[in-house]
Design a protein around this ligand. Structure first.
Ligand SMILES: [Zn+2]
Length: 424
């Protein structure tokens, strides 16, 4: 049971840098959440443990906070932008059309008609994937930025395990099974989805790595021009390739681009010390990456629509009024929604050893995002996941299928000099 926090060394330069980029957090800009008053005895006991930690100083990403609550209230957890209401309508309409098309094709028996065991024919503009029969594998390009020795420990050449365990954490999460490298939070009492519904059928493999020594990029927050410059300079592949950047990120924890995004800014960024085995213990199990990749595949936060909406795709429904933290078992913000707060969901803000699942509804939503917005060049179809849970197996495609770039078979540590041609 890991309730204690390892407090990382505070480096005043980091703090200075976060302020210099104009992105230092605003404290108390929102009213504090009314803490659990509906919980049962078990959760109350757990709450008491958390209460004892309330006033403990919390240092993360080189920035110190009065407490963990203070950090979460600051909004530093995730800077992925929310869709505008127009974009939201568009995304929902796309999803509805996708579902209808899917059902029509199923009736037509096209699902049985495959090419080389890989592709489906007759699916029009969006190449279909038969999620009942196959998994897809997303090639990952992992970029570690460091400032001299600071942050260099996370590079592939310094210590392979941070990146390898990050990919493994993605694969545990998207398969809907516990990450066997870490101990789940005790006293979790909730039913799991069945293995089929829990599995998104989406896998990830490590196609390449880069390591870049650049102090400007290292400290850049997600809203800065330096952050964009970093992504554009190091991005590899097309919309089917997941680019990940691990940096100090201006003290923030994560950022992702929502689909569709065909630009060289596409991808996710995470605070390096949250990688599996990093110093933040209960937040260093790799789930921040899983959360951001959920956004990359179109998901919203569990609290985005408060108690009223179903727009957060939480099917079965389990709403929460606002974002929460720690692992408040039994917490129930919203009456009459048929479920307690989704404290085990990857798209919430709860701690890593508390979260371990996407809902079946979220999985379908991610599958639709893949087909509609990302599965374009079919570049990813050359990849499958190796038995080690993180390596890529590369199978060249038939020449009739367009490929836009050559994959890096072995991870490299050099800075990419040339970017592959983008698909049209
Ligand atoms: Zn988020």
């Amino acid at each position: 049971m890991m309730l204690r926090f390892a407090v990382s060394v505070v480096c005043s330069m980091h703090l200075h840098s976060a302020i210099a980029h104009g992105e230092h957090k605003h404290h108390h800009d929102r009213p504090h959440h009314d803490r659990d008053d509906k919980s049962d005895g078990t959760s109350r006991r757990l709450e008491n443990i958390f209460e004892n930690n309330q006033n403990r100083k919390f240092t993360v990403g080189g920035v110190s906070y009065k407490s963990r609550e203070d950090f979460f209230q600051s909004g530093g957890r995730c800077l992925t932008p929310r869709r505008t209401s127009e974009e939201e309508d568009e995304a929902n309409n796309d999803f509805k059309a996708w579902k209808e098309a899917k059902e029509t094709r199923k009736e037509g028996g096209i699902y049985a008609d495959r090419v080389g065991g890989r592709r489906l024919v007759g699916c029009g503009d969006n190449d279909c994937v038969d999620w009942n029969k196959q998994v897809i594998t997303v090639p990952v390009q992992f970029h570690v930025i460091h400032d001299g020795e600071t942050g260099r420990q996370y590079t592939y050449e310094s210590n392979r395990t941070y990146i390898e365990r990050s990919i493994k954490a993605l694969n545990f999460g998207f398969q809907g099974i516990d990450n066997t490298e870490f101990t789940p939070f005790p006293n979790r009492s909730y039913s799991r989805y069945n293995a089929t519904e829990a599995d998104s059928k989406i896998r990830f493999c490590l196609a390449g790595t880069t390591a870049t020594n650049n102090s400007t990029w290292y400290y850049a927050g997600p809203l800065s021009a330096d952050f964009t410059a970093m992504k554009e300079a190091s991005h590899v592949g097309d919309a089917e390739t997941l680019n990940v950047w691990a940096t100090q990120l201006g003290g923030y924890w994560g950022h992702a681009t929502l689909p569709p995004n065909d630009s060289a800014r596409d991808g996710v960024a995470i605070l390096n010390e949250l990688m599996p085995g990093g110093p933040q213990t209960i937040y260093s199990e790799g789930d921040t990456l899983t959360h951001e990749v959920g956004h990359w595949l179109g998901l919203k936060h569990t609290h985005d629509d408060g108690c009223t909406g179903v727009g957060d795709y939480m099917i079965p429904k389990a709403n929460e009024a606002t974002s929460g933290w720690d692992c408040p078992v039994g917490k129930d913000d919203c009456s009459g929604d048929g479920g307690r707060n989704p404290i085990h969901n990857f798209m919430s803000f709860y701690q890593d050893n508390c979260v371990d699942q996407f809902t079946p509804g979220q999985n379908i939503r991610m599958q639709s995002s893949w087909e509609m917005y990302r599965h374009r060049s079919f570049y990813s179809e050359a990849f499958t996941l190796a038995a080690d849970g993180f390596s890529c197996v590369y199978n060249p495609l038939p020449t009739s299928i367009p490929t836009t770039s050559k994959p890096t078979m072995k991870p490299t540590t050099s800075k990419p000099t040339m970017k592959p041609k983008r698909p049209r």
